[in-house]
Design a protein around this ligand. Structure first.
Ligand code: NAD
Length: 357
């Protein structure tokens, strides 16, 4: 069977790592017909929009996409294409497994955490008002003067429906993957309505899984310290959008950095797979960055497509190349280029780990 998958090379170092991952996936033996589309800076220059309609059409049709990172201008220019993609396609769940591999330099070993981040609500909903705007003035009045006249304002929407589906996603994932515990992370002691709502929904949903998956709660500040001090106490974490974004990077740090942290975004009608890291623009065109994160994202994609054996083989091949340490990129202590590391993984897939030679 040949799968049709939308491929978004992205900006900066994105095209280099997507070239690498396409070659590596081909070596797993799974047949994929890639439909290449452009977003971000390249699309902006060509079509005058960073997210052309044909990209959304392609993902809606194929229902699966693999994406390189996209540069988001800070403070001005176009809004985040990543956020727009998640919202347009209803990709409400962001899954970020963080697992230690021998050979990756890190202060920690044996980390095996999964961050489940809500993707569509919270402060990332993009509802912001400039200082002095009519809306800002109205909200200032409603706040009974608590907001300074000069303040810009962001709105943080959290709905019971949005909270329920993400918490359910985390528990269903835990059941499917035989994980032991889900921890809901909020700041409900301060934001009693928004985070409080997320937390009360999490408590309610957890009851449906009693006896199958443990449930506990943490405040986000305490969670950060706990993850640094005793990461082994945690398993699956479920969080609203902003905390999920921040803790994903924290957990990526625990396993040795962004170069090895994969991600996936799921909705009712499809999934988009991408590394946690950004476009690392300073390395553009140098064939230098680590392709592991997008390759592990492709591993999640193969699992999603039902190609469990190919996914496992791919994970073992990458793990073994990292452990050997001869053909790894600079961030893993080596001097291999992006394409040389991909070549080594491809070779390992041809001669699997433990196979007689
Ligand atoms: P970044 O992840 O691009 O880079 C931060 C640093 O991490 C780099 O300087 C590099 O040292 C290291 N790094 C990142 N990826 C690496 C890899 N594969 N191999 C080795 N080292 C790697 O983060 P940033 O500099 O904050 O963001 C750059 C741009 O990417 C911004 O425009 C940002 O908005 C965007 N971004 C996009 C996504 C996405 O598309 N999903 C995610 C995060 C950031």
């Amino acid at each position: 069977m040949t799968y049709k998958v939308t491929l978004i090379p992205g900006d900066g170092t994105g095209p280099e790592i997507t070239d690498a991952v396409v070659r590596v996936v081909a070596a797993t033996g799974v047949a994929i017909e890639w439909e290449r589309v452009e977003v971000g800076e390249a699309a902006m220059a060509k079509y005058g929009t960073p997210l052309p309609q044909n990209v959304l059409d392609s993902i809606r049709k194929n229902k699966v996409a693999l994406k390189g990172p996209i540069t988001t201008p800070i403070g001005m220019g176009f809004r985040s294409v990543n956020v727009a993609l998640r919202q347009e396609l209803g990709l409400y769940a962001c899954l970020r497994p963080c697992k230690s591999y021998v050979g990756v330099r890190s202060r920690y070993a044996n980390i095996d955490l999964v961050v489940v981040r809500e993707n569509t609500e919270d402060l990332y909903a993009g509802i912001e008002f400039e200082p002095g705007s009519e809306a800002a003035k109205t909200i200032r009045v409603l706040s009974k003067g608590k907001i300074a006249e000069s303040a810009a304002i962001s709105i943080k929407p959290i709905s019971p429906e949005g909270s329920r589906r993400i918490v359910k996603f985390a528990f269903d994932y835990a059941v499917k993957k035989k994980r032991r515990k889900v921890t809901a992370v909020t700041k409900a002691n301060i934001m009693k309505f928004t985070d409080g709502l997320f937390l009360s929904v999490a408590r309610e949903v957890s009851k449906e899984y009693e006896g199958r998956v443990e449930y506990e709660e943490r405040l986000v500040d305490n969670m950060c310290m706990q993850l640094v001090q005793k990461p082994d106490l945690y398993d699956v974490l479920v969080l609203p959008n902003l905390y999920g974004d921040i803790l994903s990077d924290l957990c990526a740090g625990l396993i040795g950095g962004l170069g090895v942290a994969p991600g996936a975004n799921f909705g009712e009608n499809g999934a988009l797979f991408e590394a946690v890291h950004g476009s690392a623009p300073k390395y553009t065109g140098l064939n230098k960055v680590n392709p592991t994160a997008i390759i592990f994202s492709a591993q999640l994609m193969l699992e999603y497509l039902g190609e469990a054996r190919a996914a496992k083989n791919l994970e073992m091949a990458v793990a073994s190349i990292i452990k050997e340490g001869r053909s790894v990129t600079y961030d893993l202590g080596g001097s291999a280029t992006t394409s040389q590391m991909a070549d080594a993984i491809i070779e390992k897939l041809r001669v699997p780990v433990g196979a007689a030679v």
